[in-house]
Design a protein around this ligand. Structure first.
Ligand code: FES
Ligand SMILES: [Fe+2]
Length: 397
């Protein structure tokens, strides 16, 4: 008698043969000449604290470009390409003087706009020195930050001011912080900026990651599952999270992701109700790292720094590897998505609607720039009123 062979159904959906990872290049890569790099270069970006620009040259990396920040002894900040226009020695080794920065190799001196003002070894101090220009970018100082415009000179918008940083109540003052508050980890976050930008329109992670998975990171109310809607509002995507609280009141929490890297996130600790207290700007350092500068209205010195997340009662850098594993926060979730997340393997669900809208808003701006139009959220009117947002925590009876 021959044995009956029962065919075994083979589950072919294993990890074997899965496609190689790939990411949305247009949305993530920020180097010169890339679509997103060109879009980013149509806006002003904070590149340091005002106190970072001194007579000691400082290395910066911004949007994939290496730069040198300094402040001449006349008090003017300058942002220049590192390699000297003569024969390329780095101006990092330069000496800052009254009129600019002097290269260590042959002493050529450049002012904050890259003009070559001295060539000491050349006859008559350099007869043709006016023909030389060190590559430079315009900078401005506002809200305790140095802002740079790295785009086409004829498209330079005005540096925006913001209503929530211009409207100060009695006893409030502005504080500026460069510790990447909101990033959940160290100053430099080693992943693509879009992973954090996506996170700004993802209110459901507040309930899981921040309120249950790793304990209560903010306040108990954040653990209530919200009713969420999203809307595109010109130059931002707005997330409206409505929570019915145990005392019968309703919490309306409105946050926004503003173009191109703006965090408009009301405090998840809900110390006060009303208009958003602070703004954060992500600065893409390159395709694989970013940092966050924050400016906020505070009542006590150091208030912004105290907003940093604590997990298991500790700051991120105080946690052991085992504690990072047991108490993950924003840093662990976003950095573990990869240096650049594998977008081809994503399964976006209904709760990711905000992410779809935000990426669409970015794609529309890429199109605008490609077609010679200005992206949303730039203004060329020096008298324009400060930019206003709807973001805040609002309690309704
Ligand atoms: S390389 Fe800078 S002055 Fe010669
Ligand atoms: Fe978060």
């Amino acid at each position: 008698m021959s044995a009956t062979i029962i065919p075994i159904a083979v589950d072919t959906a294993t990890a074997y043969g899965r496609p190689a990872p790939s990411h949305k290049k247009d949305l993530t890569e920020v180097g010169p000449g890339t679509p997103m790099g060109e879009l980013m270069r149509r806006y002003w970006h904070p590149v340091g604290l005002v106190s970072d620009a001194t007579d000691t040259p400082r290395k910066l990396r911004v949007l994939g470009e290496d730069l040198i920040l300094f402040r001449d002894k006349g008090g003017r900040p300058g942002l220049i390409h590192p390699n000297c226009a003569h024969r390329g020695a780095s101006l990092y080794y330069g000496k800052v003087e009254e009129r600019g920065i002097r290269c260590c190799y042959h002493g050529w001196m450049f002012d904050v706009e890259g003009r070559c003002v001295e060539q000491p070894c050349e006859p008559e101090g350099g007869r043709a020195r006016d023909k030389v220009r060190q590559p430079w970018y315009p900078v401005q100082e506002l809200y305790g930050l140095i802002w740079a415009y790295m785009g086409p000179p004829d498209k330079k918008p005005v540096l925006p001011r913001y209503e929530c940083l211009e409207t100060l109540a009695e006893g409030e003052f502005l504080e500026t912080d460069d510790n990447s508050i909101g990033g959940g980890g160290p100053k430099i976050i080693p992943c693509n900026w879009l992973q954090h930008y996506d996170n700004l329109v993802d209110p459901f992670h507040v309930v899981v990651l921040h309120s249950t998975f790793s304990g209560t990171q903010f306040v108990e109310q954040m653990a209530v599952m919200p009713n969420v809607t999203w809307e595109t509002a010109g130059h931002s995507v707005r997330t409206i999270s409505i929570r019915k609280l145990a005392d019968g009141k309703t919490l309306h929490r409105i946050s926004e992701a503003g173009l191109p890297t703006l965090r408009v996130i009301p405090s998840p600790r809900i110390g006060r109700y009303g208009m958003v207290e602070s703004l954060g700007w992500m600065l893409p350092i390159d395709d694989h790292s970013f940092r966050i500068y924050v400016v906020g209205r505070v009542r006590e010195k150091g208030e912004l720094f105290r907003m940093r997340s604590r997990l298991n009662g500790k700051l991120w850098e105080e946690l052991s590897e085992e504690e990072h594993r047991q108490f993950p926060g924003d840093y662990e979730a976003q950095v573990s998505q990869g240096a650049i997340a594998d977008h081809s393997a994503e399964h976006l669900a209904t709760t990711d609607r905000g992410i779809v809208m935000l990426r669409r808003l970015l794609l529309q701006q890429l199109d605008a720039v490609a077609q010679g139009r200005d992206p949303a959220g730039v203004s060329f009117d020096p008298a324009a009123s400060p930019v206003a947002f709807a973001a805040g925590n609002f309690l309704l009876d």
